[in-house]
Design a protein around this ligand. Sequence first.
Ligand SMILES: C[S@@+](CC[C@H](N)C(=O)[O-])C[C@H]1O[C@@H](n2cnc3c(N)ncnc32)[C@H](O)[C@@H]1O
Length: 339
Amino acid sequence: MKSIEPNQAIEQALRDAPQVDLSWIEPPPTADGWTLAPDALRFVTKIVEVLRPRHVLELGSGLSTRLLSRAAGALSPKCVISSVDHDPQFNWGSGGATEENGGAKVKFHLAPLVVREFGGKLLGAYLIQPEKLATKQPADLVVIDGPPVNLGGREGTLYQVMDFARPGTIVLLDDSKRPEERAAIKAWEENLGDAVTIRQLPGFAKGMASIVINRPVATKDFWRQRFELSKAEIERIVPEGQSVLIAGDNWWGDELDLARPVLPFTEKDRKYWGEPADDAAAIAELDRLIAGGARFIAFGWPTFWWLAHYKGLTAELSRRGRRVLDNDRLVLFDLRKHE
Ligand SMILES: C[S@@+](CC[C@H](N)C(=O)[O-])C[C@H]1O[C@@H](n2cnc3c(N)ncnc32)[C@H](O)[C@@H]1O
């Protein structure tokens, strides 16, 4: 059978989900508990039917695991499910999630929650051991419904899911209306660019977002991805030949490798000269470098704290220039207004 294109599968599942029967679930699921809400349970069931995945990866076990197993049990060729959770009460041998009669095989993986670095960001993540998943094959469908916000939230999970994805993998993010999930989506868009296509799907009580993976960015390549996007943004905005100050130690600017003249901020003999003593010193240095020809100043993620710490400098930058970029990786000021 020919496989269906990801967006078509999402559309068809949205259309047909209301017909899915959930009456077998005891007690009936509600929209205000820990489990997927009824609308999400219907949609997930339908997308399994429509997409016909071979491998479903779930982060956050529970009622959804039973439902995935039941929906995938009918598929041929067979589908296997990897269900990851940090809490024994909701994972393997716990009675929290059990395999359905006639359902697809579920491989539970109890994975501690840890903090890991993703391209210079420290984020909560499951300590996934790939050999503990149901198969080595990439996942066709991923459901992100954990970890809980109080244990680190979900931003890190998409980055780590990339190691188990292929072009065309569909990732579903539950609870996507909450501020924390909205913030994660914003960070994903800003850090992954066109490697993903993210959509808030219509009509879900707690929100449901789809993330189609156009090009998996492996965790080991995520660092470079953040630099590539930042470099492209700066070179799109800064005209050729105009010079850019880069706040902080040289390493960030060196990694960026801009095709524009670059000077560190602060500077002496073209070398980084350390953090400014205070706002007055920072503004004096800015004046000197602008007089020398600097036209833009960039703050990469390692120096974001400068913007909060040197409040006087930040106010001065906004007064005499314009903040032309402000995202999870980069803040860029255009200082040409004063000319
Ligand atoms: C949103 S829940 C996942 C629910 C699951 N996908 C379902 O549909 O039943 C996220 C995580 O919270 C934890 N959890 C679930 N119910 C809980 C409860 N009543 N109290 C504390 N933690 C809970 C589990 O570790 C679970 O993986």
